[in-house]
Design a protein around this ligand. Structure first.
Ligand SMILES: [Zn+2]
Length: 94
């Protein structure tokens, strides 16, 4: 079961209720990231909103409106290029 306090490194706020589900707004607070492949500091690209549904939290169904940040690696020879944020507490649910 998930609660807002499990979402470490992210700002989480209850936004209301939609169709009987609670809705939370989630956005990572980190303003920098590093490439997993070459270690170069990443360049923030854009934020994309992802809806994660059927999250079991506090005995209720919750949908997360997760503003995922997209990062890009500036190293031309790096095979990674771009990636999106993940969160251990939400991973595998989308
Ligand atoms: Zn890289």
């Amino acid at each position: 079961m998930l609660s807002c306090s499990d979402l470490t490194g992210a700002a989480c706020s209850a936004a209301g209720e939609v169709d009987g589900e609670l809705e939370w707004l989630v956005a990572a607070t980190a303003d920098r990231d590093w490439c997993r492949s070459c270690g170069v500091q990443a360049h923030a690209h854009e934020r994309r909103e992802t809806l994660v549904r059927d999250v079991d939290a506090l005995g209720r169904r919750v949908r997360l409106r997760w503003r995922k940040r997209r990062w890009c690696c500036r190293e031309a020879s790096c095979p990674v290029a771009t990636w999106t944020e993940t969160h251990a507490a939400i991973a595998g649910r989308c």
